[in-house]
Design a protein around this ligand. Structure first.
Ligand SMILES: Cc1ncc(COP(=O)(O)O)c(C=O)c1O
Length: 381
C-alpha cells in the first residue's frame, strides 16, 4: 500500500462484532478471561488496548517499521528510549535539540549517571572526537527547532553503525510523510504525535517505531513496567487524525513555500529560515532525505527589535500566538520570549536565535488569508 492508503487503513479492520468501520474506543482497563490465563490476547490495558494497538500498527506502517509503541506524550517516548541505557553510558545528541528533550537529559537522566554530549552534527570531526567506548546512543533531531537546520540522517546513522551506537531520530518536525529515517537505516524513530500525526491540536501523545525486535522487546517491557501509555480516547483521535496526514502535509508544504517566498520578498523581513530555499545551507541534504520541505519557517526582522517582533506576533489575526506546531491552524511563536526565554541572550544569539526571530507553524487555511494576515501585521511594526 502507498502512503495515503496506509494512513487511512493500516492496522484497522472493521469491528468483528458489529462491522463498525471506525475502530471503537475500547474504554476498558481489563478483559474477562475464560479461565485463569486464557484470554483473547488482552489481559490488562496498561500492557495492551485494542484502540492503541490499531494506532501502533498504523504508525509502524507509516514509518515502514515492523513495530510501533505509543506513549502519553512525546517526552514519554523519549524517556522510554533513554531507559534502554545504564549508568555510565554516554549519548551524543544534536546541539540545537528540542528544549524539553535537553531538559530531560540534563536535569533528569544526568542524575542517574547517564552522560550527554551536545554536538553540532554537521561537524563529523567533532563527532569523532566525542565518541568513546562508553558511547551507546546517537540522538538526532532534523529539521531542528527553531533554526531549521537539516542534519544528514544517512551520514549520522553510518557514524552510529561504525561505533555500534543505537541511532534515534526525532522525526516530529518532518512527519513520516516527508522522511522515513528507518529507510535510512536508523534504529528507532520517535515522534511527538501531539504535532503533525494528531494534527488538530487536541491531543498530547508520543510514539516510537523500530524494526529491531530486540529493541522493540526491551522498549515494550519498559513501557509496560513504567506505564506511560495513552488512553483509548486519545488513541482514537490520533488514528482519526492520521487519515488525513497525507492531505494535510501536502497543504502544509504548499502553504509553507508560499509564506516563505512572501516573507523573503518583504522589505521589513531580515532572514528567512526554510530548507526549501536553494541557498539554505543544507538544501541539498534536505532534497536528498525529504520528499518536500514542510510548513515550519523561522524569520527575523531587519530591525532585529525584540519589541517589534513581539508586537508583530500580537498583531496577527489568523496566526495564533501559541507554543506547539503541526496542527491545521497556523501558529506563531517568539522563541526569545517564549520557548527559549531561559537561555541567556548571548548564548541564544550565538546559535542565530536573535531577539526578533519568529517561528511559524504554517497551517492549512487558505493561503491568501495567511499572506494578508502577515502583510497587515508587518505594516503595523
Ligand atoms: C521535536 C520535538 N520532540 C519532542 C517533543 C515533546 O513532545 P510532547 O510535547 O508531545 O511531549 C516536542 C514538543 O514540542 C518536539 O517539538
Amino acid at each position: 500500500m502507498r502512503f495515503g492508503t496506509k494512513a487511512i487503513h493500516a492496522g484497522q479492520e472493521p469491528d468483528p462484532t458489529t462491522g463498525a468501520i471506525m475502530t471503537p474506543i475500547y474504554q476498558t482497563s481489563t478483559y474477562v478471561q475464560e479461565s485463569p490465563g486464557v484470554h483473547k490476547g488482552y489481559a490488562y490495558a496498561r500492557g495492551k488496548n485494542p484502540t492503541r494497538v490499531a494506532l501502533e500498527r498504523c504508525l509502524a506502517e507509516l514509518e515502514n517499521a515492523k513495530y510501533g509503541l505509543c506513549f502519553s506524550s512525546g517526552m514519554g517516548a523519549a524517556d522510554a528510549i533513554i531507559k534502554l541505557l545504564v549508568p555510565g553510558d554516554e549519548v551524543i545528541a544534536t546541539d540545537d535539540l528540542y528544549g524539553g528533550s535537553y531538559r530531560m537529559f540534563t536535569k533528569v537522566f544526568a542524575k542517574y549517571g547517564i552522560v550527554f554530549h551536545f554536538v553540532d552534527m554537521h561537524d563529523f570531526d567533532a563527532l569523532e572526537r566525542t565518541v568513546n567506548a562508553k558511547t551507546k546512543m546517537l540522538w538526532v533531531e532534523t529539521p531542528t527547532n527553531p533554526m531549521m537546520k537539516i542534519i544528514d540522517i544517512e551520514r549520522s546513522v553510518a557514524f552510529a553503525k561504525k561505533y555500534n551506537l543505537i541511532s534515534v531520530i526525532d522525526n516530529t518536525f518532518a512527519s513520516p510523510y516527508l522522511q522515513n529515517p528507518l529507510d535510512m537505516n536508523a534504529d528507532i524513530v520517535m515522534h511527538s504525535a501531539t504535532k503533525y500525526l494528531g494534527g488538530h491540536s487536541d491531543v498530547v501523545m508520543g510514539a516510537l517505531m523500530t524494526s529491531n525486535k530486540d529493541l522493540y522487546d526491551q522498549l515494550a517491557f519498559i513501557t509496560n513496567s513504567c506505564g506511560p501509555v495513552p488512553g483509548p480516547q486519545d488513541s482514537f483521535l490520533v488514528l482519526r487524525g492520521l487519515k488525513t496526514l497525507h492531505l494535510r502535509m501536502k497543504a502544509h508544504c504548499e502553504n509553507g513555500k508560499a509564506v516563505a517566498e512572501f516573507l523573503r520578498a518583504h522589505p521589513k523581513v531580515g532572514k528567512v529560515y526554510w530548507p526549501g530555499f536553494a541557498d539554505h545551507p543544507n538544501h541539498e541534504v534536505a532534497k536528498k532525505q525529504m520528499r518536500d520541505f514542510g510548513g515550519m519557517i523561522s524569520f527575523t526582522l531587519k530591525s532585529d527589535s525584540f519589541e517589534q517582533a513581539s508586537e508583530l506576533a500580537q498583531a496577527l489575526r489568523v496566526f495564533a500566538l501559541a507554543e506547539s506546531l503541526g496542527g491545521v491552524e497556523s501558529l506563531v511563536g517568539h522563541p526569545a520570549s517564549m520557548t527559549h526565554a531561559s537561555i541567556p541572550r548571548e548564548e541564544r544569539i550565538k546559535t542565530g536565535l536573535v531577539d526578533s526571530l519568529l517561528r511559524l507553524s504554517v497551517g492549512v487555511e487558505d493561503i491568501e488569508d495567511l499572506i494578508e494576515d502577515l502583510g497587515q501585521a508587518l505594516e503595523k511594526v
